[in-house]
Ligand binder design. Structure first.
Ligand SMILES: [Zn+2]
Length: 919
């Protein structure tokens, strides 16, 4: 008889290798064909709702690794919630308006905007955006992200635009929307505002002038007559000067230079003296910038005040530390003046020509006005120095001509009107990481009014009409009407129809006695689009609600979507649109560097999928501390693949040893399980509770590490190892064997469920091999809760001690192997001398302890001279004197006792006789 044929060896078709790149697409197709997303929704319907609201990526270009990190994290949460008692629909979204798409069409597709009418161009933008969306959708699905991909929300759809108009209208109704001036990049050569993306820097030769402003009211600090010195390369903006900015914390000096007293930053005194030819000026007095606030100087050309203001934008990098402030011609200038309630003055028209608001220079092109203005300044004695410099200067990317900053009419949302409400709401939100709260709080606290208008074409029109006297008209009636029109026709209608046709029939206004109207041509900032999703999606999608439970985005969204969503939601409803904010960091390369084309270190998700598979990328996402910046490299992915292999092999071993197990017939009652098996079930409950806690706190690395450790330690190094002596050796349906299989079976089901949100493809594959499971997909099951294991009350301490002793035994065996006392551990006979009575009692009362320790015999003794001392027990390792049984390889004195099977120990002889005897 071949004894090896009487062993119950493991067998399974579950492959050793994942072969993920080939198998995952097939798996996803199966899910799609079987409508798994819908089935999950149907199963969970009626449970408490959990909404993770998707922040819309911009529909342009292929996905990068940051997109993958973001969507995979969301998928972990949604999948987990729908397996733990919630109904968690997931509707992905896309942001589709804005300049990058306009630019892509004109640049990449070589579309000449000027030859198209606006409606035609916008239709091309729609097509382009939808193509990009399709491409990204395919790629998101390849990551294994589950959601309602056939019904995403898209900011260019009619319903979405209509909802956005309602948000705008509601804000307008509350008086939060106003029209005001704001400086923007302006190109006189193309007579248009430019976006930052349309600016190129080229060298330009400019005058460099130092100009003095005489103090007329020094308050408590100065006597009067002292002169603040400013430096500028744009003398043409002097007519628009309304103040001088100082840094509140910098030290300023009043110096005696020639006949006058001048004021400059103390740290810049030396360089300024050199420029202006001051010879060793005497410092009369110094003061902090903040002491000079509201001091009044006289404008050098006009009979007008120029106020001392304070701003953090003042630097010591150049100039005098006293910054010429023309709110109509600079962004910093505009905001600092806004703080002082000073309105922008912009005496330059759209062609770059000075207007009559710059008396003495009207009609001059700004660049030409420089000469006359400096001459005038010289005449009045305010010009201290004039040179020419060449410096890097913003130019229009199309005309290649210099641009200017110019205040234009813009639409604003007045944040200050509801800032306190936003700040209050921020305190109510849960933050992961906790510093998010301070980050957003400070951002909102310091935020200026939100400029929501753009002079572009590809976006949602600002739904404002103008009367004959140019008064803007926004009423409930007009908003409701426009919203209805957009819902029916889309926002293109705004550009296709005349103003009168866009108004309700018979609309009348006191501002239009003749009944004629015009309409606004600006569109809304795209952040207003995505920031309205709480209205367009949370309120309108089936099974959704406002506020959402979670918004989860990259940390750049404190400035972006977290901010814009919060602003519009508080403005409209008084409440935040989310209960919890989770933010993640950026993805860096293995050395912690930013990914860039020039460094050649860009890791594309597509490539990872093709080489390793989505589950490896997803496992990587689970492994990192995502709330900070994270790293990815081939080496890092290799480590993650190792973990994957460990998990897979562990699972495979259990599958292979439960192939003959039919849970319906073979399952052993929990109370009847062997003690060690119940101990293992207890360890499994520990795992369940740690993993669930990890998921609940959005700490997925806990899931990753706990599952990996459980596979490596509790299972591979212990339970699976010693259990071979039972699974292979005992008769197939022996209760000891079924007891272990019962535990394996539960471990398999549990681990598969715990891993399903992280590695869904692999979890589904495992699910197919677990005997006796009924649900068609692991996604349609629930993650179990940790429970008490029957008959395991108060056993934990005992088992902890057994595992301690086991550690000692492993050490002793290792030493004995090194000293050539034994070869394999099964050749060993152990004598253990417990150090205390309690340990002795524990060890004496546990059955088959030799089996747990994988040795041939184990004796508990009170004393032995030759035993070595270890931490918990003394141990003597000797070679077992008996012969090796040919079937089980255990050394035993009983080998030879059975006359029919002299090569076997009596245990094996009995098994073979009872189950495999040919007689
Ligand atoms: Zn044997």
């Amino acid at each position: 008889m071949e004894y090896k044929d009487t062993l119950v060896m493991p067998k399974t078709k579950f492959p050793m290798r994942g072969n993920l790149p080939n198998k995952e697409p097939v798996r996803r197709q199966q899910w799609e064909e079987n409508n798994i997303y819908e089935k999950v929704q149907n199963k969970t319907k009626g449970r408490p709702i959990f909404i993770l609201h998707d922040g819309p990526p911009y529909a342009n270009g292929d996905l990068h690794i940051g997109h993958a990190l973001n969507k995979i994290l969301k998928d972990f949460i949604v999948r987990y919630k729908s397996m733990t008692g919630f109904h968690a629909p997931y509707v992905p979204g896309w942001d589709t308006h804005g300049l990058p798409i306009e630019t892509a069409l004109t640049k990449k597709k070589k579309i000449d905007r000027k030859k198209l009418d606006i409606v035609e161009f916008r239709k091309m933008c729609t097509e382009y955006a939808m193509d990009q969306l399709d491409n990204q959708r395919t790629q998101f699905k390849q990551l294994g992200v589950r959601g309602d991909w056939d019904n995403p929300y898209i900011t260019l759809t009619k319903n979405y635009e209509a909802a956005q108009i309602r948000v705008f209208g509601e804000m307008a109704k509350k008086g939060y929307i106003y029209k005001g001036l704001k400086p923007v990049y302006w190109s006189p050569s193309s007579e248009s505002a430019l976006a930052e993306a349309e600016i190129e820097y080229h060298d330009k030769r400019s005058p460099s002038v130092y100009i003095s402003f005489e103090v007329t009211d020094g308050k408590e600090l100065l006597e009067g007559g002292e002169k603040f010195v400013i430096w500028t390369t744009t003398p043409w903006t002097i007519p628009a000067n309304l103040g001088i900015s100082l840094h509140p914390e910098f030290e300023y000096a009043v110096v005696n230079a020639g006949q006058d007293k001048y004021i400059v930053a103390h740290d810049l005194l030396e360089t300024v003296s050199e420029e202006l030819g001051w010879d060793n000026p005497e410092v009369l007095k110094t003061f902090k910038g903040k002491e000079a606030e509201q001091i009044i100087t006289k404008h050098p050309l006009y009979d007008r005040d120029s106020i001392i203001m304070l701003g953090d934008h003042v630097t010591m990098e150049a100039g005098t530390g006293c910054v010429h402030t023309a709110p109509g011609h600079g962004e910093d200038d505009f905001y600092v003046a806004q703080k002082y309630g000073i309105k922008a003055l912009c005496p330059v028209d759209e062609k770059g020509v000075l207007t009559e608001e710059a008396p003495g220079f009207e009609g001059l092109f700004y660049d030409k006005a420089n000469k006359l203005i400096t001459e005038k300044l010289d005449e009045v004695g305010a010009l201290l120095d004039l040179k020419f410099i060449t410096h890097s200067y913003p130019h229009d990317w199309r005309t290649k001509k210099p641009t200017i900053f110019r205040a234009t009419s813009q639409w604003f949302a007045s944040i200050k009107d509801f800032r306190q409400d936003i700040l209050k709401e921020i305190k109510e939100i849960n933050w992961y990481p906790h510093w998010g709260e301070t980050r957003l709080y400070n951002m909102v606290r310091d935020r200026e009014d939100w400029c929501i208008s753009r002079q572009r074409t590809w976006g949602v029109p600002i739904p404002v009409f103008y009367g004959e006297d140019k008064t803007p008209i926004i009423t409930d009636e007009t908003i409701e009407h426009v919203s209805k029109l957009f819902k029916e026709h889309g926002s293109n209608i705004w550009f296709e129809w005349e103003a009168k046709d866009l108004l309700p029939v018979g609309f009348k206004s006191e501002h239009s006695p003749n009944g004629t109207f015009t309409k606004e041509t600006d569109i809304m900032d795209v952040w207003f689009d995505s920031g309205s999703s709480h209205e367009a999606v949370l309120l309108e999608k089936e099974d959704h609600r406002r506020p959402a439970d979670v918004y989860l985005e990259g940390s750049d969204q404190y400035r972006g979507w977290f901010n814009s969503s919060l602003s519009t939601a508080v403005a409209v409803t008084g409440k935040a649109p989310y209960k919890t904010i989770i933010s993640h960091g950026f993805v860096l390369d293995g050395d912690g560097r930013k990914m860039s084309k020039s460094l050649g270190n860009i890791m594309q998700p597509n490539k990872v999928l093709k080489q390793l598979g989505a589950d490896i990328l997803r496992l990587w996402v689970a492994s990192v501390d995502y709330q900070a910046d994270v790293r990815i490299s081939n080496d890092i992915l290799k480590q993650v693949s190792e973990t994957y292999r460990k998990i897979r092999n562990t699972v495979r071993f259990m599958l292979a040893n439960t192939a003959d197990f039919d849970p319906k017939k073979d399952k052993i009652n929990e109370a009847d399980l062997a003690e060690v098996d119940r101990y293992m079930l207890h360890c499994l409950q520990n795992l369940v509770s740690k993993v669930r806690e990890g998921y609940d706190k959005y700490e997925f690395s806990t899931v990753y590490h706990e599952v990996h450790n459980f596979c490596a330690n509790e299972l591979s190094s212990f339970y699976l190892d010693f259990a071979k002596d039972i699974l292979y050796i005992e008769a197939e349906d022996s209760s000891r064997r079924r007891s272990i299989q019962t535990v394996y079976h539960e471990i398999l089901i549990t681990i598969t469920k715990l891993l399903a949100p992280i590695i869904p493809h692999t979890a589904e594959e495992i699910w197919e091999y677990i005997p006796g499971v009924e649900e068609e997909s692991v996604q349609l099951t629930d993650v179990p809760e940790a429970r008490e294991v029957a008959g395991f009350e108060n056993q934990l301490e005992k088992w902890a001690q057994i595992m301690h002793v086991r550690d000692d035994v492993l050490k002793a065996l290792e030493e004995a192997r090194n000293e050539k006392v034994i070869g394999k551990s099964l050749e060993a006979e152990l004598t253990i001398i417990p150090k205390d009575e309690k340990t002795k009692e524990i060890l004496t009362n546990i059955q088959n302890l030799h089996q747990l320790f994988i040795v041939s015999r184990l004796n508990i003794s009170d004393a032995n001279d030759r035993a070595k001392s270890y931490q918990y027990v003394d141990i003597l390792v000797e070679k077992h004197p008996g012969e090796k049984c040919e079937r089980c390889w255990i050394s035993s004195e009983t080998v030879g006792d059975d006359k029919d099977y002299p090569e076997l120990c009596t245990r094996c002889a009995t098994i073979v006789k009872d189950h495999y005897s040919e007689a």
